[in-house]
Design a protein around this ligand. Sequence first.
Ligand code: GLC
Length: 768
Amino acid sequence: MTNLPTYTQSGQTVTFDFATNLQLTVLTASIIHVFSDRGEPGASYAIEGDKQQPTAFTVTNQGDHYDLTTAALTVHLDAAGHLDVDDAAGHPLITAYRGDRQLIDKGVDKVHQRLVEAEGHSISGATVEDDRGYQVIEALASDEQLYGLGDKPGYLNKRGYEYDNWNSDIPDAHLETFTKLYKSIPVLLGLKNGHPYGLFFDNPYRSHFDLGKESAHYYFYSAVAGNLDYYVLGGASLKAIVTNYTYLTGRTPLPQKWTLGYQQSRWGYSASQREVQEVADELEKNDLPCDAIHFDVDYMRGYRVFTWDQQKYPSGPGQFIAQLKRRGIRVIPIIDPGVKQDPNYAVYETGVKNGYFVKSPDGKLYINQVWPGNAAFPDFGRPAVRDWWAHNVKFLTDLGVAGIWNDMNEPASFKGPIPDDVVFSDQDRPATHQKMHNVYGHNMARATYAGLKAQQGKRPFVITRAAYAGTQKYSTVWTGDNQSIWPHVQLLIPQLCTLGLSGFSFVGTDIGGFGADTTPELLTRWIEAGLFSPLFRNHAAMGTRHQEPWVFGEPTLSIYRKYLKLRYRFVPYLYDLFAQETQTGLPPMRPLVLNDDQDPRNREINDEYMVGETVLVAPVVQQGQTKRLVYLPRGEWIDFWNNREYAGHQDIVADAPLAKLPLFVQKNTLLPWGPAVSHISDQPDTTMTFRLFGDHGIYDHYQDNGTDFKYQAGEWNGYHIVVDHDQVIVTLTHHGYAAAYATIRVALADRVVTLTYQPATQTYVEQV
Ligand code: GLC
């Protein structure tokens, strides 16, 4: 038996004297950092600031291993370097796999592999063990589910599949065969024999997860380079794991309230003022609530970012944007990273002059192609470049835009992939594309956020396609180029829920599908299925069949309208959930397993989701289906449409004709019920309504001005509402925002109770 290595302790860091030093740092009782220096300089992009809290722990020599113990976790480390983690009750969470990997024998030799590949097929999985970099192999229990990893397509439980982290723009239909998409969010959440844990691998280099595909006995993470740098996350529930993970990497900040409204988009609209005008007119004419129209690449002058083609906008863009704003519609323009190579274009010229673009290893400017043809790529890893980009944002905010949509920032390139050795910066240190690729979109979104914040003083609304762990602090995300196919309305549920488990709360898909032609039925089921996705945008590719709510006539238009109006009723609830999310990291849209990870049925549900704790959504995601099986979790449930009551923990058959989204509310729930509006106003609401489902309910409601950062200085109101049969009590628990509601209405089963605000006593009194 080998001897245990010695160790040294400095503060909360314990360094074990293996050939390569292994450091364990206790950040909190539930978060332990595992680090082995493999010579990679630089700091984390995901984690900002010092997350270490004074925490008691012990290190004890157990003869054949050490135990490092906090109040929540015990790490066992043996002489061979095996690292196992148990929870405080001794349940194994993470167990190093003691055997060797067993590669899958696909039965192909090199000659046949070439033959298969000649027709365009690929052979996935390792056929030889990758000897670059390192790997971390953990044992799998037979009862173990694996979740997380961001936007990876497929199902909620990712066990049995393999994934790559290399941000990629791949135009084919995203299906469970895809190993990678636009985002790299290397956080894994597990339930081992029902005991929750998390593992976050903070390494931006290309990395790989095999989650029990190669073998039912283990899963592994490998990276081609970088330090061994990961975090063990403990907690009493999956919720606690998400809370701990978002403590580490940050949370989605409170959004502006209007960003929760409906948004309309299509690649092509912005090519002319007339076309956008028509969209706004149709929305109004058809009584369709909407808060924003997105301007895709067509508004620019020859795809030059931070320009606006005045020719296409006879009123001038500023005037036109102001006109739309007066009608309640805000403008979100797209900005891509590629800067057109054109010596007569100021953004390009300034970038070249200051050396702000990435370079080939020979020191020359690196050029690839995107929409504008030849383009240079800003070196977003450098603080000076981010500052410059943030300053460029002023061009758009001066015109009055309400937010910015960042795209193509994997970065995508049309003339072959950017070579690994192109010189990018890691802060001010020269690094490579290989290292900076996966954080490129993150740094671009961060620069955009800083620009909007400085220019507008409001809560920035950024949307990004590419992201890394932690991007949620700066930006919302959408899932990129999906298609108008039924598998993609199905996918939105596990994919958005998975993003939520991975720290990204403000998420959405292109409603109706981006590529391919939608059908009226698919569009209808999509607006129903995506009803509670925080980012609520219909978007389509140029050249596809139009899919605005009115183009298919009836009944599509009426059903679509009904759901848009319903969405606006739920906006105050979503906003409350975001206020809570800033404290807990728990996403408003979430999988059933997050609310109750102890019910085994919840662990594999891919066709239902929850909104907060009390709203259950069971959309139809199959063509032609008009009834579906709904699993009702523990508790009692009320059918939103007819008030019928059901016991939970059972499957029911729900009727779901085309116009009906099966929707259930937990019995004895009180929900805020927004006003029927066509746009979300920046003016304070004077009245708020709450709706009771059942006989009694308690609710905490949050109110602020919905736009800026004053809430951080205490300018917000908290309301505690208690309803017990006929009795309604409203307490203003925090009064920092002057515009407290003048009236509060509570809708009971048989009557509406109205309470009015008494400024002298700061109380709400029932009117009789
Ligand atoms: C990319 C985006 C898509 C956008 C298009 C044109 O494909 O993902 O949303 O419409 O580029 O800018």
